[in-house]
Design a protein around this ligand. Sequence first.
Ligand code: E4P
Length: 226
Amino acid sequence: MQLFIDTAKVDEIRTAADWGILDGVTTNPTHIAATGRPFEDVLREIFSIVDGPISVETVSLDAEGIVAEGRAIARFHPNAVVKVPVMIEGLKAVKRLSTENIRTNVTLCFSATQAFLAAKAGATYISPFIHRKELAGDDGMVFVRQIRAIYDRYGYKTKILAASIRTVKEVLDCLLAGADVCTMPFDMLQALYKHSMTDAGLAMFLDDWKKVPPAKLFTEAHAGVH
Ligand code: E4P
């Protein structure tokens, strides 16, 4: 499963990219607004940090406008993916953009039938919103499993990009449900590494290491001796 970061904050993107596990980025109008910076400047910086799919969202409500914005986003950088809300005008635009070989990410998906329509329109990615779905009293994982089953049964190539992730358990569930990609905020990426028993075990090992006489193998390694 690929890991994307869901933010437009370049310091967070840079840090996560440095960990070596980041495959791409998803942004949305809320993330762009939170940076307080000009749209194009933020995008230029993100594209310079991550060499992978980067979703940039359209804001028009009619197919013509979405297609125009989508073409502009695609021209901006070869790694750009055009993020389009799931609605009739949005899916009309996705169909047109896909015939122009422009990659799309259909967002704000809250039902498996919406995911089915996005696949029919030729979407590259579908973004089911897991945590927001849970907050509404639904089971986010049943939702991902339904989409997986539909895509597998009918051979749709659209990738499932699980979004709106707030807990480590939701990430684990996405892995088990067969999501292709999971996008999450920086603090969630960090949380995937954390376990209190790892911290305790490491503290114990390092404490015991103090009882070992100075190790030439390591002192030479730190000094750059080959
Ligand atoms: C995904 O692409 C969205 O940007 C994101 O996950 C939004 O969901 P949230 O605001 O619930 O995190």
